[in-house]
Design a protein around this ligand. Structure first.
Ligand code: GLN
Length: 287
């Protein structure tokens, strides 16, 4: 069988099995096995694939059909142009989250911050903190996560890129008590508990609930971050949060009530509200 034939057949099969991106996923899986570019494979109606490749491909397809996310099968996910180790221990890095990086890097560059101190809360795979460190080599980046599993995965990614970050395990700000930062970034869990069960099976059954569940109204972590962040930001420091598409107003209000100024809402490439940013008004030693 040729790659073109095999991919055509598999695309139909995936579509019937309810795989969301049948064409992309089948080509990615075959590319993973053969080391050849997905587009080349799609066009190749000359090469005869050896049986061991067809058999190996069948195994991967069965896994994908059963709902295992593509990135878990590949073992990596691409984020801001780099591959990050990915497995069931943490959330798979999402393209929407790249907006947070874009805004944070732009903020640092525009304000000539050569050595900013940056905190990445709920770091998961570490994709945000590590990317910031690699984009701004002078930065000192601290990353925290409550999950030891996530921290173990993040450590693999830290080693993959030899990133000189500090990785700490603990509940939100707990591991950084007494420390202040120029910039706090986070993509906290923000799905309302009741919605978690209705997510697509790839997410519901294979990504850690602790990385998704934002409490009854989805705002549990934003409330905590809004209240605690002022005590961990330097004068004029910035808080940048990824949000769910319908949470901009609520999160904006939480920041306003916590004394943040210059609150802005940013849209992602799909035109959905995705990030809220705010500036810490003044150093607040009370909290
Ligand atoms: N910071 C990680 C990410 O953006 C994990 C986020 C999370 O677990 N909620 O992918």
């Amino acid at each position: 069988m040729t790659p073109r034939e095999l991919l055509k057949k598999t695309t139909i099969r995936f579509r019937e099995a309810g795989v969301p991106d049948p064409e992309t996923d089948s080509a990615q899986l075959l590319s993973h096995l053969t080391g050849r570019a997905p587009l080349m494979l799609r066009l190749d109606s000359d090469t005869r694939l050896p049986d061991f490749v067809v058999d190996g491909f069948e195994e991967l397809c069965a896994e994908r059909e059963s709902g295992v996310p593509l990135q878990h099968i590949l073992g990596t996910a691409r984020f801001y142009g780099r591959d990050f180790h990915t497995d069931a221990r943490a959330l798979i890095p999402r393209p929407e989250t790249e907006l947070l990086i874009e805004l944070a890097v732009k903020h640092c560059r525009e304000n000539h911050m050569i050595c900013p101190s940056i905190l990445d809360l709920c770091t998961g795979s570490g994709c945000i903190g590590i990317t910031m460190q690699l984009m701004l080599p002078g930065a000192s980046v601290t990353m925290t996560d409550i999950s030891q599993d996530a921290a173990d995965l993040a450590r693999r990614n830290v080693l993959r890129y030899d990133a000189p970050v500090r990785l700490l395990t603990g509940d939100l700000f707990e591991p950084v008590s007494g420390m202040r930062f120029d910039l706090i970034l986070s993509n906290p869990p923000y799905i309302p508990t009741g919605i978690c069960e209705t997510l697509q099976r790839e997410v519901r059954d294979h990504e850690p609930r602790i990385a998704l569940d934002g409490g009854e109204d989805g705002l549990f972590f934003y409330r905590r971050i809004a209240n605690e962040a002022p005590g961990h930001l330097k004068h004029g420091g910035m808080l940048m949060l990824e949000i769910g598409y319908d949470q901009a107003q609520s999160v904006g209000e939480l920041l306003e009530n916590a004394g943040f100024t210059d609150i802005l809402i940013w849209r992602d490439m799909n035109g959905l509200d995705r990030v809220v940013t705010g500036r810490a008004a003044e150093v607040d030693d009370v909290r």
